[in-house]
Design a protein around this ligand. Structure first.
Ligand code: DSN
Length: 415
């Protein structure tokens, strides 16, 4: 990746692009929603398809010259159907949020009711936060995780569903470390005659590989992003039964988007092909095994994890019991200095602010792509715990940073 053409035109941007490759090579990405796409996916995303307008769908475009756009989009659709077993797939949403917007537009009227998990309990902005279009367009009530167990409070959800009478219940989360009981939530939705939207943005890859149960065939709509655990081109997708195909396609285009980002759809197609391999199955299993190793080892160091562990690719640690004076941002900054990039996160029962919350969220998708196994992940947990204990000690941070560099060199990423 020398970016020689960019460098000829724009050395400043070329320097930044090279800097980003170096940054990814020389740090451990542990933001749970991030991953490292293959060079094949990056090449597809950087292709000449970025130039093409292709409003419409394969075989039914508004502009001429779409033969290759059609081929690429159909490949992405067919592979997605195979990966997730859906009757209908729309691969055009520009992001996971756009995918959710498409479902809302297809099924709801402004003012209709959404019941979703609170953001500080692991939900997502696009599930109805007041700062987001969803919160401003629809009436929103939110369920929570159980304060004691950290698991979704399914009984509380039932009660809220009965009193609030939602039009849609949203499941699937951004900072929830446990397996989601799709059938349980579907029963709740059925009981109040609501749609069920399962947002698997974080766990698309785990669901495709069968290491997390699938909501496809259970929920009415499944949305996801395509660049997190599934490691394909950047963007979103919607999966649904054939009966909703036209409504969903019309809601995405022309409902909420214009021309699809065909270069990203090419990246989705290539990443989906990679995900159909047995290598990907092993990758998804290792991602979860690494998350469990990370959870165990952090607990050995006295960290308290929301729900007491993990079933998926991420952990959420509440710093308050073990380090009451230390905030998530303190840890985030110190770990970044040591070369471990993760994010401060709100935790259930948050007592600080969203800008400086009491928790940290860590994920294993990206380090697993680099080749980390459980032993290497346990060592990373040791390093993280050392920084949390002494986040303001520059010597400790520097020593951890040196070991992180050795690990990055031992598990190389991009050339
Ligand atoms: N920003 C993503 C995450 O980190 O979970 C969700 O959109």
């Amino acid at each position: 990746m020398d970016y020689s053409h960019v460098r000829d035109v724009d050395p400043a941007v070329a320097d930044a692009l090279s800097g980003e490759v170096r940054r990814q090579n020389e740090t451990l990405a542990m933001i749970a929603s991030e991953n490292h796409a293959s060079e094949a996916v990056l090449e597809a995303q950087g292709s000449a398809l970025t130039n093409k307008y292709a409003e419409g769908y394969p075989g039914e475009r508004y502009y001429a010259g779409c033969e290759y756009a059609d081929e690429v989009e159909q490949l992405a659709i067919d592979r997605a159907k195979e990966l997730w077993g859906a009757e209908h797939v729309n691969v055009q949403p520009h992001s996971g949020s756009q995918a959710n917007m498409g479902v809302y537009l297809a099924m709801l009227e402004p003012g209709d009711k959404i019941l979703s998990l609170d953001l500080t309990h692991g939900g997502h902005l696009s599930h109805g936060h007041p700062a987001n279009f969803a919160g401003q367009t629809y009436e929103v009530e939110q369920y929570e995780v159980d304060a004691e167990t950290g698991y979704v409070d399914y009984d509380g959800l039932d009660e809220l569903a009965e009193s609030f009478d939602p039009d849609t219940i949203v499941s699937g989360y951004s900072a929830y470390p446990r397996e989601v009981e799709w059938e349980r939530i579907q029963e709740t939705a059925d009981a109040v005659d609501a749609y069920h939207l399962a947002d698997i943005a974080h766990i698309t890859g785990l669901v495709a590989a069968g290491v997390h149960s699938s909501p496809v065939g259970v929920a009415d709509f499944v949305t996801g992003s395509t660049h997190k655990t599934i490691r394909a081109g950047r963007g979103g997708m919607i999966l649904c039964d054939s009966e909703y195909a036209d409504a969903i396609d019309n809601a995405v285009f022309p409902g909420t988007q214009g021309g699809p980002l065909m270069h990203n759809i090419a990246g989705k197609a290539v990443g989906f092909k990679e995900a159909l391999s047995s290598d990907f199955q092993a990758y998804a299993e290792q991602t979860v095994a690494n998350a469990k190793a990370l959870a165990d080892q952090l607990q050995e160091h006295g960290l308290e994890l929301v729900s007491g562990g993990t079933d998926n690719h991420l952990i959420l640690a509440d710093l308050r019991p073990s380090h009451p004076e230390t905030t998530g941002k303190d840890v985030e900054a110190a770990l970044e200095s040591a070369g471990i990039v993760m994010n401060a996160n709100t935790v259930p029962g948050e007592t600080r602010s969203a800008f400086n919350p009491s928790g940290i969220r860590l994920g294993t998708p990206a380090i697993t792509t680099r080749g980390f196994d459980e032993a290497a992940t346990r060592e990373v947990a040791d390093l993280i715990a050392r920084v949390i204990d002494d986040y303001d000690d520059e010597t400790v941070v520097a020593e951890v940073g040196e070991r992180v560099q050795e690990l990055c060199d031992a598990y190389p990423l991009y050339e």
